[in-house]
Design a protein around this ligand. Sequence first.
Ligand code: GTP
Ligand code: MG
Length: 255
Amino acid sequence: IYRRATPTTLPSLLLLGPSGAGKTALLTLTERDAAAPTHTSTAPLAIEALLPPRLTPASAHYRSPGDPAYERARRFLLVDTPGHGKLRHFATAQLASPANVRGIVFMIDAASVADEAGLNEAAEYLHDVLLTLQKRYTGARTSKGPVEIPVLIAANKSDLFTALPPQLVQINLEKAITQVRKSKAQGLKDSGVALAADDDALDEEREWLGEGGDGPFEFRQMEEVGTSVKVRGGNVLGGDGPDVKDWFAWIAQQL
Ligand code: GTP
Ligand code: MG
Protein backbone atom coordinates (compact mmCIF):
# COMPACT_ATOMS: atom_id res chain seq x y z
CA ILE A 1 0.00 0.00 0.00
CA TYR A 2 2.99 2.29 0.16
CA ARG A 3 3.81 4.27 -2.91
CA ARG A 4 7.34 4.85 -1.70
CA ALA A 5 9.55 2.92 0.59
CA THR A 6 9.13 4.72 3.88
CA PRO A 7 10.53 4.04 7.31
CA THR A 8 7.72 2.66 9.44
CA THR A 9 8.74 4.93 12.28
CA LEU A 10 7.06 7.97 10.78
CA PRO A 11 4.07 9.21 12.76
CA SER A 12 0.86 8.62 10.90
CA LEU A 13 -2.52 10.26 10.52
CA LEU A 14 -5.47 8.05 9.64
CA LEU A 15 -8.07 9.31 7.19
CA LEU A 16 -11.46 7.80 7.99
CA GLY A 17 -15.02 8.71 7.12
CA PRO A 18 -17.96 7.79 4.89
CA SER A 19 -17.63 7.19 1.17
CA GLY A 20 -17.61 10.35 -0.91
CA ALA A 21 -16.43 12.61 1.91
CA GLY A 22 -13.29 13.63 0.00
CA LYS A 23 -10.57 11.62 1.76
CA THR A 24 -8.74 10.59 -1.40
CA ALA A 25 -9.17 14.10 -2.78
CA LEU A 26 -7.32 15.42 0.28
CA LEU A 27 -4.64 12.76 -0.06
CA THR A 28 -4.14 13.67 -3.71
CA LEU A 29 -4.00 17.36 -2.93
CA THR A 30 -1.44 16.72 -0.20
CA GLU A 31 0.69 14.56 -2.46
CA ARG A 32 0.64 16.66 -5.63
CA ASP A 33 -0.26 20.08 -4.34
CA ALA A 34 -3.06 20.01 -6.89
CA ALA A 35 -6.52 18.51 -6.98
CA ALA A 36 -7.14 15.58 -9.33
CA PRO A 37 -10.18 13.42 -10.06
CA THR A 38 -10.69 10.50 -7.67
CA HIS A 39 -12.59 7.23 -7.76
CA THR A 40 -14.17 5.52 -4.84
CA SER A 41 -11.39 3.72 -2.97
CA THR A 42 -11.24 -0.04 -2.66
CA ALA A 43 -7.99 -0.31 -0.71
CA PRO A 44 -6.04 1.77 1.78
CA LEU A 45 -3.29 4.00 0.51
CA ALA A 46 -0.48 5.60 2.47
CA ILE A 47 1.64 8.48 1.29
CA GLU A 48 4.50 10.29 2.88
CA ALA A 49 3.50 13.88 3.47
CA LEU A 50 5.20 17.05 4.58
CA LEU A 51 3.65 19.65 6.82
CA PRO A 52 3.16 22.82 4.76
CA PRO A 53 5.65 25.65 5.35
CA ARG A 54 4.88 28.07 8.19
CA LEU A 55 3.31 25.32 10.26
CA THR A 56 5.46 24.13 13.14
CA PRO A 57 5.16 20.56 14.37
CA ALA A 58 4.33 20.67 18.09
CA SER A 59 7.31 18.45 18.94
CA ALA A 60 9.76 20.87 17.28
CA HIS A 61 8.34 24.05 18.70
CA TYR A 62 11.61 25.17 20.24
CA ARG A 63 13.60 24.48 17.07
CA SER A 64 13.94 26.62 13.98
CA PRO A 65 13.33 25.89 10.30
CA GLY A 66 16.42 24.37 8.69
CA ASP A 67 17.34 22.46 11.84
CA PRO A 68 17.40 18.78 10.74
CA ALA A 69 15.24 17.74 13.69
CA TYR A 70 12.70 20.39 12.73
CA GLU A 71 12.60 19.21 9.13
CA ARG A 72 12.32 15.58 10.23
CA ALA A 73 9.40 16.39 12.52
CA ARG A 74 7.44 17.77 9.56
CA ARG A 75 7.23 14.37 7.90
CA PHE A 76 4.31 12.05 8.45
CA LEU A 77 2.30 9.33 6.79
CA LEU A 78 -1.20 10.08 5.62
CA VAL A 79 -3.21 6.87 5.44
CA ASP A 80 -6.36 6.92 3.32
CA THR A 81 -9.00 4.21 3.82
CA PRO A 82 -12.09 3.24 1.80
CA GLY A 83 -15.28 4.63 3.31
CA HIS A 84 -17.78 2.28 1.71
CA GLY A 85 -19.69 0.27 4.31
CA LYS A 86 -18.51 -3.03 2.88
CA LEU A 87 -14.87 -1.97 2.90
CA ARG A 88 -14.66 -0.68 6.45
CA HIS A 89 -12.58 -3.66 7.54
CA PHE A 90 -9.54 -1.85 6.12
CA ALA A 91 -10.16 1.08 8.45
CA THR A 92 -10.94 -1.26 11.34
CA ALA A 93 -7.63 -3.03 10.76
CA GLN A 94 -5.76 0.29 10.82
CA LEU A 95 -7.55 1.24 14.03
CA ALA A 96 -6.83 -2.11 15.66
CA SER A 97 -3.07 -1.68 15.45
CA PRO A 98 -2.59 2.03 15.86
CA ALA A 99 1.17 1.95 16.25
CA ASN A 100 2.47 5.43 15.70
CA VAL A 101 -0.95 6.85 14.95
CA ARG A 102 -0.94 10.46 16.13
CA GLY A 103 -4.46 11.28 15.19
CA ILE A 104 -7.55 10.47 13.19
CA VAL A 105 -8.96 12.79 10.58
CA PHE A 106 -12.58 11.76 10.26
CA MET A 107 -13.78 13.46 7.12
CA ILE A 108 -17.40 14.12 6.33
CA ASP A 109 -19.26 15.83 3.51
CA ALA A 110 -20.74 18.88 5.27
CA ALA A 111 -23.50 19.08 2.67
CA SER A 112 -24.54 15.44 2.93
CA VAL A 113 -24.92 15.62 6.72
CA ALA A 114 -27.65 18.21 6.12
CA ASP A 115 -30.04 15.35 5.33
CA GLU A 116 -30.98 12.50 7.59
CA ALA A 117 -29.52 9.62 5.58
CA GLY A 118 -26.11 11.25 5.22
CA LEU A 119 -26.08 12.37 8.84
CA ASN A 120 -26.97 8.91 10.14
CA GLU A 121 -24.35 7.18 8.05
CA ALA A 122 -21.65 9.54 9.30
CA ALA A 123 -22.89 9.29 12.89
CA GLU A 124 -22.93 5.49 12.91
CA TYR A 125 -19.43 5.26 11.53
CA LEU A 126 -18.12 7.95 13.88
CA HIS A 127 -19.83 6.29 16.85
CA ASP A 128 -18.01 3.04 16.10
CA VAL A 129 -14.65 4.78 15.71
CA LEU A 130 -15.07 6.67 18.99
CA LEU A 131 -16.22 3.50 20.77
CA THR A 132 -13.11 1.70 19.53
CA LEU A 133 -10.94 4.49 20.94
CA GLN A 134 -12.85 4.44 24.23
CA LYS A 135 -12.45 0.65 24.58
CA ARG A 136 -8.78 0.96 23.81
CA TYR A 137 -8.48 3.49 26.61
CA THR A 138 -10.57 1.70 29.23
CA GLY A 139 -9.08 -1.67 28.30
CA ALA A 140 -5.48 -0.54 28.69
CA ARG A 141 -3.59 -2.41 31.38
CA THR A 142 -1.26 0.36 32.41
CA SER A 143 -2.65 2.83 34.92
CA LYS A 144 -1.64 5.71 32.69
CA GLY A 145 -3.70 4.49 29.79
CA PRO A 146 -2.53 4.29 26.19
CA VAL A 147 -1.24 7.25 24.25
CA GLU A 148 -4.11 9.48 23.29
CA ILE A 149 -5.46 9.46 19.76
CA PRO A 150 -7.21 12.77 19.10
CA VAL A 151 -9.89 13.08 16.44
CA LEU A 152 -10.41 15.88 13.96
CA ILE A 153 -13.78 15.97 12.24
CA ALA A 154 -12.93 17.59 8.94
CA ALA A 155 -16.17 19.08 7.67
CA ASN A 156 -15.35 19.11 3.96
CA LYS A 157 -17.02 20.73 0.93
CA SER A 158 -17.62 24.09 2.58
CA ASP A 159 -17.61 25.47 -0.99
CA LEU A 160 -21.10 24.02 -1.50
CA PHE A 161 -23.86 26.38 -0.47
CA THR A 162 -25.74 23.47 1.09
CA ALA A 163 -22.80 22.68 3.38
CA LEU A 164 -23.48 23.10 7.09
CA PRO A 165 -21.07 25.27 9.10
CA PRO A 166 -18.79 23.34 11.51
CA GLN A 167 -20.79 24.34 14.63
CA LEU A 168 -23.96 22.88 13.13
CA VAL A 169 -22.10 19.78 11.93
CA GLN A 170 -21.02 19.26 15.52
CA ILE A 171 -24.51 19.73 17.00
CA ASN A 172 -26.11 17.45 14.41
CA LEU A 173 -23.51 14.72 14.82
CA GLU A 174 -23.78 14.82 18.60
CA LYS A 175 -27.56 14.49 18.38
CA ALA A 176 -27.38 11.68 15.84
CA ILE A 177 -24.77 9.80 17.89
CA THR A 178 -27.06 10.12 20.93
CA GLN A 179 -29.65 8.23 18.87
CA VAL A 180 -27.16 5.65 17.55
CA ARG A 181 -26.06 4.95 21.11
CA LYS A 182 -29.64 4.51 22.25
CA SER A 183 -30.60 2.15 19.46
CA LYS A 184 -27.45 0.05 19.88
CA ALA A 185 -28.16 -0.36 23.60
CA GLN A 186 -31.75 -1.26 22.78
CA GLY A 187 -30.52 -3.79 20.24
CA LEU A 188 -28.35 -5.43 22.91
CA LYS A 189 -31.24 -5.56 25.33
CA ASP A 190 -33.58 -7.07 22.76
CA SER A 191 -31.05 -9.75 21.95
CA GLY A 192 -31.04 -10.68 25.65
CA VAL A 193 -27.37 -9.98 26.22
CA ALA A 194 -27.91 -7.56 29.09
CA LEU A 195 -30.36 -9.80 30.94
CA ALA A 196 -28.04 -12.76 31.44
CA ALA A 197 -25.82 -11.79 34.38
CA ASP A 198 -24.08 -8.94 36.15
CA ASP A 199 -20.97 -9.55 34.09
CA ASP A 200 -22.93 -8.95 30.96
CA ALA A 201 -24.43 -5.79 32.34
CA LEU A 202 -20.88 -4.63 32.87
CA ASP A 203 -19.99 -5.54 29.32
CA GLU A 204 -22.95 -3.60 28.12
CA GLU A 205 -21.73 -0.59 30.03
CA ARG A 206 -18.45 -0.79 28.19
CA GLU A 207 -20.36 -0.68 24.93
CA TRP A 208 -21.84 2.64 25.95
CA LEU A 209 -20.11 5.57 24.31
CA GLY A 210 -19.08 8.49 26.50
CA GLU A 211 -19.76 9.47 30.09
CA GLY A 212 -22.78 11.37 31.26
CA GLY A 213 -25.27 8.50 31.54
CA ASP A 214 -28.46 8.65 29.53
CA GLY A 215 -28.22 12.34 28.73
CA PRO A 216 -27.23 13.73 25.36
CA PHE A 217 -23.89 12.66 23.95
CA GLU A 218 -21.33 15.42 23.54
CA PHE A 219 -17.89 15.19 22.01
CA ARG A 220 -16.30 16.67 25.10
CA GLN A 221 -17.30 13.55 27.05
CA MET A 222 -14.60 11.78 25.04
CA GLU A 223 -11.93 13.75 26.88
CA GLU A 224 -12.49 11.54 29.92
CA VAL A 225 -11.35 8.60 27.84
CA GLY A 226 -8.33 10.37 26.43
CA THR A 227 -9.79 11.50 23.11
CA SER A 228 -10.16 15.13 22.17
CA VAL A 229 -12.63 15.73 19.34
CA LYS A 230 -12.54 18.93 17.30
CA VAL A 231 -14.65 19.98 14.31
CA ARG A 232 -13.07 22.22 11.64
CA GLY A 233 -14.44 23.19 8.26
CA GLY A 234 -12.70 23.41 4.91
CA ASN A 235 -12.80 22.34 1.30
CA VAL A 236 -10.45 20.34 -0.89
CA LEU A 237 -12.04 21.46 -4.15
CA GLY A 238 -14.19 24.32 -5.38
CA GLY A 239 -14.58 27.74 -3.86
CA ASP A 240 -11.59 30.05 -4.29
CA GLY A 241 -9.28 27.06 -4.26
CA PRO A 242 -8.56 24.58 -1.50
CA ASP A 243 -9.00 25.66 2.11
CA VAL A 244 -7.34 23.01 4.24
CA LYS A 245 -5.31 25.23 6.58
CA ASP A 246 -7.34 24.52 9.73
CA TRP A 247 -6.91 20.78 9.23
CA PHE A 248 -3.17 21.02 8.72
CA ALA A 249 -2.87 23.35 11.71
CA TRP A 250 -4.53 20.60 13.73
CA ILE A 251 -2.19 17.98 12.25
CA ALA A 252 0.80 20.17 13.17
CA GLN A 253 -0.34 20.06 16.79
CA GLN A 254 -0.20 16.25 16.72
CA LEU A 255 3.29 15.94 15.24
P1 GTP B 1 -14.30 6.69 -0.74
O1 GTP B 1 -13.02 6.42 -1.40
O2 GTP B 1 -15.47 6.04 -1.41
O3 GTP B 1 -14.30 6.39 0.74
O4 GTP B 1 -14.59 8.29 -0.84
P2 GTP B 1 -13.56 9.47 -0.55
O5 GTP B 1 -13.83 10.01 0.82
O6 GTP B 1 -12.17 9.08 -0.83
O7 GTP B 1 -14.07 10.59 -1.57
P3 GTP B 1 -13.27 11.23 -2.80
O8 GTP B 1 -12.03 11.89 -2.33
O9 GTP B 1 -13.15 10.23 -3.86
O10 GTP B 1 -14.29 12.40 -3.21
C1 GTP B 1 -15.64 12.13 -3.53
C2 GTP B 1 -16.19 13.21 -4.42
O11 GTP B 1 -16.25 14.46 -3.72
C3 GTP B 1 -15.32 13.47 -5.65
O12 GTP B 1 -16.16 13.65 -6.76
C4 GTP B 1 -14.61 14.74 -5.31
O13 GTP B 1 -14.28 15.48 -6.47
C5 GTP B 1 -15.62 15.48 -4.46
N1 GTP B 1 -15.02 16.43 -3.51
C6 GTP B 1 -13.98 16.20 -2.67
N2 GTP B 1 -13.69 17.30 -1.96
C7 GTP B 1 -14.57 18.25 -2.33
C8 GTP B 1 -14.79 19.62 -1.93
O14 GTP B 1 -14.12 20.18 -1.06
N3 GTP B 1 -15.81 20.26 -2.54
C9 GTP B 1 -16.58 19.69 -3.49
N4 GTP B 1 -17.54 20.42 -4.04
N5 GTP B 1 -16.41 18.41 -3.89
C10 GTP B 1 -15.42 17.70 -3.33
MG1 MG C 1 -11.32 7.37 -1.44
